[in-house]
Design a protein around this ligand. Structure first.
Ligand SMILES: C[S@@+](CC[C@H](N)C(=O)[O-])C[C@H]1O[C@@H](n2cnc3c(N)ncnc32)[C@H](O)[C@@H]1O
Length: 305
């Protein structure tokens, strides 16, 4: 069945991923002195109408928006996208619009390269972003925009047929955020564990300077949670985690398990930029050196359910 994000916009996955994306983008923008290069490997539409039957009711519809929040990223997310008293009829943003808003807030020029295989999604993106590079194709790991991205966002609809590509993409991006679905693995007579295999967790945790956060929001159903994997500065990692911790606390979900995992490999900034990006010169190398000093160092842990 073809994946259609529009019926899922604003669901539990979006709640977790979009506050994390705002935190990741804010810190990536902070380390950018010139045009910000954003690559979105599975872009989805720029926005989707929240209709009465949509999955948003169990996502953004379950967020307590009436309390004061500590995370600036959650505060922006609520103020920018969830300000109406009732959410039905709102246009909830996709990742590309969220990151372009973050760049506008930071007053930083942005270039975006957005991939999607759905013709409807591509038409929507081209309508909203006529001056950005919207590609109607599967993402290609060797694309220059992937290799030179300041922030790479990886949000695949499913992992089964994408794992090798997703894993290879996670090596790119000066800053990187990936959202991986955790689906309930059904065994005879019970629902337990996750379809994201232990070996996949191990591969993610072995990536240099990649930290992760696992969120479980349900005991049953299909997608019961997600794994966020990210590369950022120490402050960026802290902001992503603070935003996820707090937003889950704001939700009236039946399950609210959040666990953070640190990278087992010594951190280093991702400086494997495309030659043309490298030619951008000393300014960026200085920013990278600053990142190297700040990037998060972490102990070893394994992902077990
Ligand atoms: C989970 S949605 C993206 C949601 C979006 N990133 C957001 O946060 O608002 C995944 C998108 O990936 C697209 N897609 C599926 N397979 C793809 C592929 N091989 N390459 C690029 N895009 C793909 C789908 O059409 C869908 O729009």
């Amino acid at each position: 069945m073809t994946y259609d994000h529009r019926t899922k916009a604003g669901n539990q996955g979006d709640v977790v991923k979009h506050v994390a994306l705002l935190a990741a983008a804010r810190h990536a923008l902070d380390g950018t002195r010139s045009t910000f290069r954003y690559a979105d490997a599975y872009a989805g539409p720029a926005g989707s109408l929240l209709l009465p039957s949509g999955k948003w009711a169990s996502g953004v519809g379950k967020v307590n928006r009436s309390v004061e929040v500590h995370s600036v990223d959650i505060a922006n997310w609520i103020r920018w996208y969830l300000a109406r008293p009732q959410l039905v009829g709102s246009r909830y943003p996709g990742s590309s619009l969220i990151v372009s808003d973050a760049a506008a807030e930071a007053r930083t020029p942005i270039t975006m390269t957005l991939w999607d295989i759905s013709p409807d999604v591509v038409a929507d993106l081209r309508g909203v972003f006529p001056n950005q590079d919207v590609r109607h194709s599967s993402v290609n790991e060797s694309a220059e925009a992937i290799r030179s991205a300041d922030l790479l966002f990886i949000d695949p609809p499913a992992l089964a047929d994408q794992w090798a590509l997703v894993l290879s993409l996670m090596a790119h991006g000066r800053y990187m955020l990936a959202w991986l679905p955790i689906n309930a693995a059904v065994t005879p007579g019970s629902v337990k564990g996750s379809s994201l295999a232990e070996s996949q967790f191990q591969q993610v945790s072995a990536l240099p300077s990649v930290s992760s956060t696992r969120v479980l929001w349900a005991y049953g159903g299909r997608t019961i949670g997600c794994l966020l994997a990210y590369r950022s500065t120490e402050k960026g990692v802290a902001s992503i985690r603070a935003a996820v911790d707090e937003v889950v606390g704001l939700c009236s979900w039946t399950r609210k398990d959040v666990e953070h995992f640190d990278s087992r490999v010594s951190p280093s900034p991702n400086t494997r930029l495309h030659p043309t990006a490298a030619a951008a010169g000393e300014r960026r190398r200085q920013a990278d050196r600053r990142d190297k000093e700040n990037i998060c160092l972490i102990s070893s842990e394994s992902f077990l359910f």
